[in-house]
Design a binder for this molecule. Structure first.
Ligand code: ADQ
Length: 562
């Protein structure tokens, strides 16, 4: 197939790839709808022999515990990576993880997908894994350098050249794929323009854009020589675990199997596919299969007919279906949502049957507790913590007066505004989340972190993360039919809000606020669960990490636009 071109062309550019750059608010409610070693000996072999006699050496010449001990010592600052007390270079432990997605916060974000790609990778790195993210370069990110590495890829009927940019932040290699299909269309880091000229309208070339991303992502671990980490250096190599996210990256396992594995490349590499929102599947006209440059035997994995019970005329291709069938394991962002996806066509959005065959694992998302920390939040004028959770008396009085003076008044701002989102969640007492479905949901966690009680629908991750009467209020599950609002659902919103208002200002309310703020909502717990799943895939060289003591400090220069 012509598609083997990518691997061949990429290898021609490896010589180019050496790279080392050192590089209470006026409304009490906020409602947001959003929807690892290389063992290298110097002349101190007697010490090495001593180690060998003390420990059972593994195939790479190091006993796991020894490696971990040294790693931990380095983390505590007891030794530097260039200090080799035992004549052993240790390049790391754990797994080599490559996350691929169309969004990665803070560089690009339209919602929770960007947040997850921003937060989970540093948490995995904190646990001792070598971690890379690959996403498009939508803008001239000022903190991401040109590696000078070019890769040629066959996309559609053309050969396209992409350039790889890189920065190293919070223990993670952030790789950005530069191509006019991304930058020339978007020129910005956030907003609906990532996917189309305006919200709800897709770019015609989206399939080609995402083919390009998947193909480039499969080259990066083999061509990028990255040396910024204290613990790791050189190429990631082939024993990696790819984590593909949502339908845009569903072709990654297909290209891995059609281009690389037949050529003996990435023999032990595995792919985990994570569903953040099954509502978006990448359904296209069947003839578009030709655009993808995949062998015909992949057709059944893509083959799809709209309308489960009443099939609609005309076959389609379905990217997410192929991603699910061709990956080594499927994850989603909460256990309850995983169960909902298996429950039937309505919640499984017609992929429930496929998921029942493959199985799916739900792990609740964490949140970035550094970005969302009311004690240090740069977007709010008065910082606070659990001991100062209450508003000023004067303002509380003004609030009461506002309600009396302007009954039934509220403000609605339909804009993507990060500072405002922080201010609303920090300033509000309640956040109403009336989701018809919610795979995990981050705003309820951001609210709880800020001491703002969620009043939420009982669906998906909201069930897993909000405890009735303890950390918030549940309204019950809503109809998933989007064409009309069910009056029963509207009544449930009203009655639950009334119930929450009765608690407002009481000792029970203050206890709930304390309960919310006392929780560890960070990525630490979820990252351990992710590690367990990814280790079980058995990519060569995969080992458990360590217990990360803390997530690395927030990078000084975090947001990156010209
Ligand atoms: N007007 C606005 N201005 C600025 N920022 C705004 C905003 N409205 C929302 N945000 C921010 O965008 C993010 C929204 O994340 P969510 O997880 O709640 O939903 P989303 O549907 O995007 O994510 C999907 O993927 C995530 C990640 O897996 C799942 O948690 C979720 O259930 C699934 O639907 C939060 O960081 C929030 O603060």
């Amino acid at each position: 197939m012509a598609s083997s071109m990518a691997a061949v062309m990429a290898s021609q550019f490896i010589s180019n790839s050496s790279y080392d750059k050192n590089g209470g608010a006026f409304s009490s409610f906020a409602t947001m709808f959003s929807s690892r070693g290389v063992a290298s000996l110097n002349n101190q072999t007697s010490v090495y022999d001593g180690l060998r006699s003390l420990n059972k050496m593994d195939s790479l010449g190091l006993e796991t515990k020894t490696r971990r001990t040294l790693m931990q010592a380095r983390r505590k600052g007891f030794c530097h990576k260039n200090y080799r007390p035992w004549g052993v270079i240790i390049c790391g432990i754990g797994m080599k993880l490559v996350f691929v997605a169309t969004e990665v916060a803070p560089w690009s974000k339209t919602g929770g997908l960007g947040d997850v790609l921003g937060g989970l990778p540093p948490a995995m790195a904190a646990n001792g894994h070598r971690v890379m993210t690959i996403s498009p370069r939508y803008d001239q990110y000022k903190d991401a350098w040109d590696t000078g590495v070019l890769v040629e890829l066959k996309v559609g009927d053309r050969i396209e050249t992409v350039r790889l940019f890189h920065c190293y932040k919070r223990g993670v290699d952030r790789v950005f794929v530069d191509h006019p299909l991304f930058l020339e269309k978007v020129w910005g880091k956030t907003g609906g323009k990532l996917y189309g000229p305006s919200t709800g309208i897709d770019y015609e070339e989206n399939q080609l854009r995402f083919c390009l991303l998947c193909l480039a992502a499969l080259e990066a671990p083999r061509v990028l020589n990255l040396n910024n980490s204290k613990y790791f250096s050189g190429l990631y190599g082939e024993d990696v675990v790819f984590i593909a996210n949502d339908w845009h990256t569903a072709l990654l396992p297909c290209y891995l199997k059609s281009i690389h594995k037949p050529n003996g490349i990435y023999k032990s590499a595995k792919v985990a596919f994570c569903i953040h929102n099954i509502a978006y599947q990448g359904r296209f006209a069947f003839p578009d299969f030709e655009l993808l440059n995949l062998p015909d035997h992949f057709m059944p994995s893509f083959d799809f007919i709209d309308g489960y019970d009443k099939p609609v005329k005309g076959r389609k291709i379905n990217w997410m279906k192929a991603g699910i069938l061709e990956s080594d394991c499927i994850l989603t962002v909460s256990p309850y949502y995983a169960a909902e996806l298996l429950s039937g066509p309505a919640k499984g959005v017609e992929l429930d049957g496929i998921l029942r065959k493959t199985g799916i694992i739900g792990i609740v998302n964490g949140m970035d507790v550094q970005e969302w920390n009311p004690a240090t939040d740069k977007y709010i004028s008065v910082n606070y913590d659990a001991t100062t959770g209450t508003g000023k008396q004067k303002m509380e009085h003004q609030l009461e007066q506002l309600e009396v003076k302007y009954p039934n008044k509220a403000r609605g701002i339909a804009k993507f505004n990060v500072p405002l989102a922080h201010m609303m969640l920090a300033g509000a007492d309640f956040i109403i989340i009336p989701s018809r479905f919610e795979p995990c949901g981050l705003i309820q966690m951001q609210g709880m972190q800020d001491g703002t009680l969620p009043i939420c629908a009982s669906t998906g991750g909201l069930v897993d993360t909000v405890k009735e009467g303890v950390t918030g209020f549940h309204m019950g599950a809503f109809s998933v039919k989007c064409d009309a609002v069910d009056p029963v659902d509207a009544a449930a919103v009203a009655s639950t809000v009334k119930r929450a208002l009765k608690v407002y200002g009481t000792p029970a309310f203050h206890e709930m606020v304390q309960n919310c703020m006392a929780q560890d909502l960070s990525w630490k717990g979820p990252a351990k669960k992710w590690e367990e799943v990814l280790l079980s895939l058995g990519a060569a060289g995969s080992e458990p990490g360590i217990d990360g003591e803390e997530i690395a400090p927030l990078a000084e220069e975090n947001v990156a636009t010209p």
